[in-house]
Design a binder for this molecule. Sequence first.
Ligand SMILES: Cc1cc2nc3c(=O)[nH]c(=O)nc-3n(C[C@H](O)[C@H](O)[C@H](O)COP(=O)(O)OP(=O)(O)OC[C@H]3O[C@@H](n4cnc5c(N)ncnc54)[C@H](O)[C@@H]3O)c2cc1C
Length: 293
Amino acid sequence: MQVPAYVDYERATSVEHALALLARYGPGARVLAGGHSLIPMMKLRLAQPETLIDINPLTELDYVRLDGGELRIGALTRHAGLLGSPLAGAAAPILHDAERVIADPVVRLWGTVGGSLCQADPSEDLSAAFAALKATMVIAGPGGERTVPARMFHTGPYETVVAPGELLTEIRVPVAPGGGSAYVKVGRRAGDWPVGAAGAAVRLDGNVITSAGIGLTAVGAEHFCAAEAEEALRGAPATEESFARAGRLAAEHCRPVTDQRGPADYKRHLAAELTVRALRRAADRARGPGRGA
Ligand SMILES: Cc1cc2nc3c(=O)[nH]c(=O)nc-3n(C[C@H](O)[C@H](O)[C@H](O)COP(=O)(O)OP(=O)(O)OC[C@H]3O[C@@H](n4cnc5c(N)ncnc54)[C@H](O)[C@@H]3O)c2cc1C
């Protein structure tokens, strides 16, 4: 079956209007952003919303800006928009690393940052990147706005804390001097979903790591991060030995499964190796001239 079931359609004209429409149509309503996940799922009847609330007209949610020591990304920012943002590239190069290897230009032109995060695919790239960056999600609902740490955002495969009637509106990334970040992915071919991927964000004082974030995707890492590896890095020197230890811990604590993309033991190997590579590149960037998160 390649045709979606009958569905009502509403076009929101503002965040307030989108929230009012979500309230009016109740739990049977779904937000439509780029549609690159939702529409294929509807065609396969894996999703059967009664009403689509199209948020594409909400240009107010399409931005990347620096504000109060944070990089702020509107939820309707397209992948291509984030990749094309010099601000994002300078403040958090991990985001450009990740965006360069997400899908293909067509998907990146329509797919949105918010849609990717809300889809909550366990192999999604930006979820790992924002987990490494220790970002914060801003969610608007009938009772106003609330913020949730990126690491609390996903509650399981294809599940998030965004309730029916709510809208993810913004992602906030802390930015401070002395930081560097990077993302490394292995896929079966260009533009494919990851077999495994790791992101790292570190801050250095001299050669000492004062804070470390490690994001992992497609390898069954809880909350898309490697908490034990991060803990081991805090206060450690930014050396190959420290990175190798972090890689071992990341691999030890993830729970990859064998599937069409590869066997579990290979994915575990990737978790270790890609963590090391991401940390190495993030630390190099933290030492270099174009420093960011
Ligand atoms: C061929 C192909 C290859 C891909 N490769 C990769 C890849 O390598 N790596 C990767 O990470 N991803 C990949 N993707 C996924 C792609 O990045 C996502 O499909 C897309 O970005 C999802 O965003 P969207 O705007 O299209 O979301 P939609 O499909 O419109 O929505 C997805 C879900 O999120 C909800 N939603 C959307 N926006 C909001 C919001 N603001 N608030 C609350 N709920 C919301 C929708 O209701 C829906 O449930 C690929 C997709 C395709 C089609």
